[in-house]
Ligand binder design. Sequence first.
Ligand code: NAP
Ligand code: MG
Length: 397
Amino acid sequence: MTTPLVEMDGDEMTRILWKMIKDELLLPYIDLKTEYYDLGLEYRNETNDQVTLDSAEATKKYGVAVKCATITPNAARVEEYHLKEMWKSPNGTIRAALDGTVFRAPILIKGIVPYVNNWSKPITIARHAYGDVYKNVEIKVPGAGKAELVFTGADGTEIRETIHEFKGSGILQGIHNTDESITSFAKACFNYALDTKQDLWFATKDTISKKYDHNFKDIFQEIYEEEYKEKFEAAGIEYFYTLIDDAVARVIRSEGGFIWACKNYDGDVMSDMVATAYGDLSMMTSVLVSPSGVYEYEAAHGTVQRHYYKHLKGEETSTNSIATIFAWTGALRKRGELDGIKELQDFADKLERACIKTVEDGKMTKSLSMISTCKTPVILNSLEFIQAIRATFDKSE
Ligand code: NAP
Ligand code: MG
C-alpha cells in the first residue's frame, strides 16, 4: 500500500470482530497501512467528540475510510458510559462533513434465498440524507382558522399560498429541501452508477407534488443531460426515471442489479424492506460517497450489543463478521484502484470470494444458519467463523 486507509474503530461486539479481522485476515497477508482513529464511545467522550471530526477531515484528505459500527448515545448510554454529553451520531457527523450519500447493497450467497425469488442480483439503495420530513416543522391545529405557506425573500418580497381553511382542529407540516443538497445527491448517484457500472433508477411522486417532487425530477434530468448522458452511453448503462408507485412494482418484478435512488423517506422505508427481503441486516454493506469522490465503507448493522454483553459474561458468541469484512475489502479495493495497486484489488476480491464460499460450504454463524437452505450447517462461533474464512482463503486460487 502507498496511501493509508483512514481506519475508524468502533464499539462493542463489532470492535471485538474488528481486531479479529485485522489479526486473522488482513495483517498476515497485506502490508496494511492505516491512519487510526478510535471512534469507540469512551475515546469520543474523552476528546469531546473531536476524534470524529478529525477522522472525517482525514477521510477528505486521503479519500478512503473504513468504519466499524459505533454507538449512537441515548439516555441509557449516557449513564452506562458516564458521558459528559449525549454526543451526536458519528455517522451523522461524518455524513454532514462529507456531504455524502449512503449506498446500501446486500451480499448474495447461494443458500440464502431472497423472499422475492426473481432477485438474482443485488439492488443497491441510495438514500438522500437531507431534509423533507426529517427536518420538518409541525403544528397541531387547535381549531378553526386559516393556514398559509409564506416565504419572505431576503429582499422582502413575499410569496403566500393558502394551505387550508380549517373548520375544526387538525394538523400541519412544513418541509423543505435545497437545490444544493439535491444536486449533491444526484451527482453522487450518477457517479456511483458509473463506478459500479449499474443502471440508475430514480422515482418520486411528481404527478401529485408538482413543484416539490417535480424539482427533484428536474434537477436529476438536467444534471444527467449536461454531465452524464454521454458517459452513461459509453458505459452501456441507463438512467431511468419513473413514478414511485411504478418503481415499487417494477423493483419487485426485476432481477435486481441496479441502483435505486430514493428520496429521504422512501429510502428509509425501502431500505428496510429490501434488506429484509434479501435475507438479513447482517449481510448488508454500506458506503458513503461524497460528490467530490470520497468513500467511507462500513457494515449496515450496529454494534450488536446483545452479543457483546454475552461476550463480556464469558459466553460464546456467533456474530456474523461478513458485512464488516466487506467494509474492509471495499475500502482496500477502492484504495487499490485509486493508487493503481492491482494486488490489493485482487486480495479484496479473493477475500470476498472466501467469505461467500465458506458459507456456501455450510460453515456459518447462528443467524445465517436460521435463514440458510443448507440442511446440515456447521454453526461456528465468532472467531471460528473468521478462521474458517481464513482456511478457505488459504486453499483458494
Ligand atoms: P444491531 O447492532 O444492528 O443489532 C440488532 C440485532 O440484529 C442484534 O441483536 C442481532 O440479533 C442482529 N444482528 C445485527 N448484526 C448482526 C451480526 N453481524 N451478526 C449476528 N446478528 C446480528 O442494532 P441495535 O442492537 O439496535 O444497536 C446497537 C448499537 O449499534 C446502538 O448503540 C446503535 O446506536 C448502534 N448502531 C450503529 C450503527 C452504525 O454505526 N452504523 C448502525 C445501527 C446501530 P440477535 O440479538 O437476535 O442475535
Ligand atoms: Mg429505517
